[in-house]
Design a binder for this molecule. Structure first.
Ligand SMILES: [Zn+2]
Length: 81
């Protein structure tokens, strides 16, 4: 009884396909699997670290996420004053 869930935005380290990685638990361990190429990786019980790894792999996405925040910071003081 495997409950596989897709990892949004995750990129397969082997075939570089996005949104092809699923995560599932088996025997108390957590695994990642690529449904595109069959890549499989055992996770060392640290989901937060793996999420950080995913973000680091998307260097472009970090700058995309920063820009809207800057815009919001610029707008907020104007509303206050
Ligand atoms: Zn793959």
């Amino acid at each position: 009884m495997l409950n596989k869930r897709f990892i949004a935005g995750a990129v397969c380290p082997r075939c570089a396909e996005m949104d092809r990685l699923v995560t599932f638990e088996e025997g108390g361990d957590t695994f990642k699997e690529c449904v595109s190429c069959g890549y499989q990786e055992k996770q060392i019980a640290n989901v937060q670290l793996s999420e950080l790894d995913t973000r680091v792999n998307h260097g472009e996405k970090i700058s995309d996420a920063v820009e809207p925040v800057k815009m919001m910071l610029d707008v907020t003081p104007k509303k206050d004053s």
